[in-house]
Design a protein around this ligand. Sequence first.
Ligand SMILES: *Cc1c(COP(=O)(O)O)cnc(C)c1O
Length: 419
Amino acid sequence: MSLAERDAKVIWHPYTQMQTAGLPVGIVRGDGACVYDEDGKEYIDAISSWWVNLYGHAHPYIAQKVAEQLRKLEHVIFAGFTHEPAVELAERLLTILPPNQKRVFYSDNGSTAVEVALKMCLQYWHNQGITKTKILAFKNAYHGDTFGAMAVSGRSVFTAAFDNMLFEVEFIDLPNQRNIDSLKSHISHLKSELACFIFEPLVQGSAGMIMYEAEWLEELIAYCKAENVLTVADEVFTGFGRTGKPFATNYITTLPDIYCLSKGLTGGTMAMGVTTCTSEIFNAFLSDDKMKTLFHGHSYTANPVSCAAALASMDLFTSAETQQNIDRIIARHQAFGEKIKAHSKVKDLRQTGTIIAIEWYTETSYLSPLRDRLYNYFLDAGIIMRPLGNIIYILPPYCITDTQLDYIYAKIEQALEDI
Ligand SMILES: *Cc1c(COP(=O)(O)O)cnc(C)c1O
């Protein structure tokens, strides 16, 4: 029996209608921007395996550092104990994050990084005896699949079964030149109740790679700060170079209070989430009163092997080679975008850094049949794409070669003719 057939008997896959989904592709190994299935077929991972893989699959340097750590210390309880990889990673993260970030809290994934951020904000006010319990977020936001993270995400087919169990959130439109004043006045009506504002800076990934300008985000953040509303940058997706700078918020100068990181943090090697905050937030939890403690943790908090993978990733991230690769991908995407943007089937073409998205002319729906046709078209061609409805996007591992990029671009051009 093939891997895929064995899988079909025992496994329940994420976001997958198991009755109608075809057999999954059984992957046996990875190398650079490619993975290989059990029949030896090569696939270019054009989406970095759900946006996590930044430096290529089975990266030898990360593998070596992880192996070394496994032989030294695989795990230790993180309450009352600490270890070198956790301390070093926190030190290094704080050197690349904006200077107002002073404390690092570890968890296991992007959703938990968001949960921690929300709890930090809500309890920040609670600890000071101030009642502020509402949260502000963008329409169509995606912050994860656990209940708190789902609550601050836009209501959609993903949340429909749970909508009446999600706490109330104030959703606003993405900012632009025309609506910025009305958004501010909306916030001003709510400010006494607002604990925080959470956002995906510059690119709303899951919503369909929706992009918006730094200038207006900056205005919103500055306004929230002036009105005593904490600000949370969910850089789970945009962090570590995706947008061309280390963090998407490097495009603005007004600094958010909290950062959520995951996905590329370990180069796509190990599950890990990080929530960082300012001293002001951290200090609001310092007390002789145990009730002011941040009561949150996970069994695998600060797992040393995950920390080692993240540290190895940081070495790669800060290398000149990675920066050159990021710049190269940005330039290649731009040239490709210029070439196809006028095509009659291209409804919209947008790019932020290493992320390029192409919206096909059709009715917009995540469940659109076009989505499956596009998915299968590229899979047959040996390219892993995961269209969001009628939107396809490329966000490759930074190590992708020009030849591999050219192949993806050519297949997209062909798809524009064929589909
Ligand atoms: C993927 C994502 C999350 C959730 O991360 P998981 O590790 O999948 O739980 C949160 N926020 C953003 C912006 C994301 O893209």
